[in-house]
Design a protein around this ligand. Sequence first.
Ligand code: SAM
Ligand code: SF4
Length: 364
Amino acid sequence: MSVSLGIPQVRSAGPPPSGAPAGSGLLDRHGRRATDLRLSVIDKCNLRCTYCMPAGGLPWLPAATLMSPAEIARIVGVGVDRLGVTELRLTGGEPLVRRDLEEIVAAVRAAHPDLPVSMTTNAIGLAARAEGLAAAGLSRINVSLDSLDAQTFARLARRDRLADVLAGAEAAAAAGLAPVKINAVLMAGVNDHEAPELLAWALERGFALRFIEQMPLDADHGWTRQNLVTAAEIRDRLAARFRLDPHPAPRAGAPAELWDVRPLRGAAPGPVGTVGIIASVTEPFCADCKRTRITAEGRIRSCLFSHEESDLLGLLRAGADDEQLAERWRAAMWGKPAAHGMDRPGLDSPDYVQPDRTMSAIGG
Ligand code: SAM
Ligand code: SF4
């Protein structure tokens, strides 16, 4: 089956339809301020997770359209120095597919010695690169891992690479890229029974596990509400082996709701760790969203579920100065939708329009 990489409407010329206050940070008309930048360094990936990519991959972006390390550092600089960005997460596609990833990290780090710079990765190849990435200035890592069973992993990711992922996660911890966070997406009847085992595994290693509800951002458009493993079901699954209590610290706009974890059996005097649940579909947190996104070809997306993008890299390559780049970014964020609407029961109806881009092409 051939799947096209749909590209949303792109704003690149003319005055933006903005009401964004000049000289402000990344405000939107609903009163939110974006400070958390998710920047995709590449759309390509070496796995084919069923909830993300089609089996045959996607038409990858030509290399010349990807941001170079210097361009990434410049865009991050505009975000940090002019727009109030306080943290950066590199993502993709798979960031480790870029051979110059260490150069990207070093370029950002040279300009921003104190900026928290993390990365979301499937960890394939990380075992050999974790130390180099730490030396380049990466602060920490999120590793995606949905199953501890090699066959289930291969069924979900369509590649038999569990051992590489486990080695990568261990190497990240050894290189000091801590706290290592683990992202897991559960799919009904495939890996949802593994929830307690994944948590026990993460707790043993001091990794912070976060379950993510599956969102309708897959290329195959296979998402259904019936197959969604909800946050409530994840908590039920974990309750077979653990007691969960709400974590006392304020959530402060974080996507994951945190729970303190105690084993049901054994004599632990207090919590042995935490688990996070990101309930994007059933318990959305749009009202507190702090994220702004840049795609691998340098386009601003105000929301994962946007149907519009603004071209920042084109403007940069045309010779714009930093304030012109900041102005376009402000304008794009001012129009951020109030909410994604995924929690509405009509999501499965023909009226719901899934964004053209997959999670891999947006940068999750
Ligand atoms: N390739 C890297 C990885 O897998 O970590 C980075 C990109 S991936 C798109 C980022 C995160 O998005 C991963 O944790 C992945 O599990 C998650 N993700 C992808 N598709 C998703 C979907 N449809 N719903 C929820 N999470 C999804
Ligand atoms: Fe690749 Fe990450 Fe998507 Fe899996 S979730 S196919 S690893 S981009």
